[in-house]
Ligand binder design. Structure first.
Ligand code: HEC
Length: 109
């Protein structure tokens, strides 16, 4: 289930990004989502703006769309070897909360 196949440096990087990136803007998150957010942020950015060309920005996207993509990755309807194992352990509440979080964080001006 929680088979993220991440090495220590990726987790450390995620934690660093998380600790420097949390601003007053951050929507309220429950503990479960807070625990998984650094993982998502290591690719998509804590502010939903990715620094890698093949990792999409999530900031400013519609929450319904983001949630649909996560459900689709989880079910294998959208097939991506990177995102499928990310979405698999997420339950409906986590998908909903992460989708709302990433849609709300503001893109830089
Ligand atoms: C190792 C890097 C990585 C991690 C970690 C990661 N993602 Fe992704 N994500 C990607 C890539 C790459 C894609 C694009 C997949 C494709 O090309 O179909 C993507 C796509 C998505 C999309 C669809 C975006 C769109 O515009 O269609 C959503 C939503 C998403 N990720 C959310 C998350 C969430 C939530 C987490 C944490 C649970 C997460 N991602 C963790 C790399 C990552």
């Amino acid at each position: 289930m929680t088979d993220f196949r991440l090495n220590r440096s990726a987790v450390t990087l995620a934690l660093v990004l998380f600790s420097v990136g949390v601003h007053a803007e951050t929507p309220k998150l429950d503990e479960k989502v807070k625990a998984i957010l650094p993982l998502c942020a290591s690719c998509h950015g804590i502010d939903g703006i990715s620094s890698v060309g093949l990792y999409p920005n999530l900031s400013g996207q519609k929450p319904e769309y983001l949630a649909k993509q996560l459900h689709d990755f989880k079910a294998g309807r959208r097939n991506d070897p990177v995102m499928r194992p990310m979405a698999e352990p997420l339950d409906d509440a986590a998908i909903d909360a992460l989708s709302r979080y990433f849609s709300k964080v503001k893109p830089p001006k």
